[in-house]
Design a protein around this ligand. Structure first.
Ligand SMILES: Nc1ccn([C@@H]2O[C@H](COP(=O)(O)OP(=O)(O)OP(=O)(O)O)[C@@H](O)[C@H]2O)c(=O)n1
Ligand SMILES: C[C@](O)(CO)[C@H](O)COP(=O)(O)O
Length: 241
């Protein structure tokens, strides 16, 4: 692994969290003693390979985030907080504009994925540095159906050929900027790898070793609280024995 490479990380937390149905945006809700967003940022802040971090948040929450997330948890690498756009892809564009100086790789991570584990971050970084672009992903354990209309099954998809895309997603900075410039403004993309795929770049997957669910509903928060609790118990035992 080449430590000379400069990696910038964009944490996208500019969404409204409609599906969570909470008056407080889901990225600021508390889970296992800290806001969701603080859990999502922490392992990147601690990675020696991360050079700078840009946080993208709703415009109205920028000051709240500076005081209650960046200063409160001393995320010294989060040097910029910028206002997000109306869709995730617009928030990523805003984050890209805020990257400072020359960086070699840019990683994007959802602020709504507080379970991201340091080991998986380093594994996906390694793969990207080797290939140019990599995303964390998971395999499916359920049978996957293709449906039509209100849910009538039209077929069964080959699960062994499919993976679920997660974040972080990390790419050579030049590829990422070029792909975003070429991507039509009116086209939809639910992740960054699809923007790279559209531009013809190859993207590799790294199968996560740890659970990394996106917080979408309140059930996800209960699950995250349980996992974080278990992990902190494991850490305590490791230090004790
Ligand atoms: N305009 C947006 C929309 C989403 N995101 C971020 O992209 C990630 C994944 O999006 P999602 O889980 O869909 O979050 P929300 O858009 O907030 O949720 P919902 O769709 O339920 O409103 C989240 O960290 C979210 O904050 C963003 O930065 N800017
Ligand atoms: C980027 C992402 O988390 C990868 O799984 C996902 O596509 C975001 O989708 P959402 O509809 O914005 O939650």
């Amino acid at each position: 692994m080449n430590n000379q490479n400069k990696i910038a990380v964009i944490i996208v937390a500019g969404g409204g969290g409609k599906r969570m149905n909470s008056p407080v945006p889901k990225q600021f809700l508390m889970v296992h003693k800290k806001p969701v967003l603080a859990h999502s940022i922490q392992p990147f802040n601690e990675s020696p390979r991360v050079h700078q971090m840009i946080l993208v948040v709703p415009e109205k929450d920028a000051e709240y985030c500076r005081i209650n997330i960046v200063e409160r948890y001393q995320f010294h690498k989060a040097t910029k907080i910028v206002a997000g756009g109306s869709e995730r892809i617009d928030s990523v564009r805003k984050g890209l504009e805020a990257v400072e100086g020359k960086v070699d790789y840019i990683a994007i991570h959802d602020g709504a994925r507080p379970l991201i584990h340091q080991e998986d971050i380093e594994r996906v970084f390694d793969k990207a540095l080797e290939t140019g672009g990599a995303i964390l992903a998971s395999r499916m354990t359920d049978t996957v159906k293709k449906i039509k209309g209100k849910g009538e099954v039209v077929g069964t998809l080959p699960r062994s050929e499919l993976m679920l895309a997660q974040t972080p997603q990390i790419f050579c900075a030049e590829w990422l900027k070029n792909a975003y410039q070429r991507f039509p403004k009116d086209k939809e993309a639910t992740d960054d790898a699809s923007v790279l795929e559209y531009a013809g770049y190859s993207v590799h997957t790294v199968c996560g070793k740890h659970v990394n669910s996106k917080m979408t509903t309140s059930e996800d928060l209960k699950f995250a609280a349980y996992i974080l609790e278990q992990r902190s118990g494991e850490d305590e035992n490791r230090h004790r024995f």
